[in-house]
Ligand binder design. Sequence first.
Ligand code: TA6
Length: 296
Amino acid sequence: ELAKGINCLDKIVLRESRCRSAEVYLYGGHVTSWKNENGEELLFLSSKSIFKPPKPIRGGIPLCFPQFSNYGPVKSHGFARNRIWEVDTSPPPLPSNYSSNAFVDLILRPTEDDLKMWPNNFEFRMRVALGCEGELTLTSRIRNINSDGKPFSFTFAYHTYFSVSDISEVRVEGLETLDYLDKLKNRERFTEQDDAITFESETDKIYLSTPTKIAILDHEKKRTFVIRKEGLADAVVWNPWEKKSKKISDLGDEDYKYMLCVEAAAIERPITLKPGEEWTGRLELSAVPSSYSSGQ
Ligand code: TA6
């Protein structure tokens, strides 16, 4: 249902059952909440997020389009997360296996200012859906509608902030032995060791050509987040840790202990579309009980 959220910004509330729900603000097309069958919040949302345009909401799932980070002509992470999206009342049909009983379709088109900044006409449609097992799915479809025959290229990320009980008791599986670009070392390329990733300091890495499935194991909660992705070859792993957190005004000083970003992304090889072509990038998140113990 359409509701008024923080600072009276419009948001859509999806309910799959008594406790399973998700919320998405029209501002940024920004998912800010995903709750499980116990009504537990699974996404991290900063208590210092100001919910006032043009600042993006801090936490949840910011959409980075048409550019991830500051590697390109527009501002860092692009402008999709700073725009007011609309409910899409006539979306083209999605494949039947994308069906679910609780979903909303949103659409973003460029403003005149956007076209000055990034001279490409597009339609960015996104379906946010809650499945009957509580899984949260975001399906983005971006179409080039340039009338001048011009192709365009973009990079993209679902910048997902997961809620974790204690970052020092979390590990990520599925990225072992892969190459990554380390933003803290001037994006130099390294190869990950063959152990699961754990956290004891600031981390900001773009893993390349990653598998479709990545797992985030939370020891204390005995919970595993499972990321499944399509059309998104890379994955960014980010935690600002203590020092960097203090420099982020809309993040609490201690928040880094309770959040981890693992972002399904298309970065190393930008997506190029000719007029009329469409790209689909799909993210499915689920949270399942796990028997992980930090000693493993
Ligand atoms: O995805 C990781 C990252 O690019 C970090 O370098 C950090 O800048 C983070 O995104 C948050 O960016 P934001 O613009 O939302 O503060």
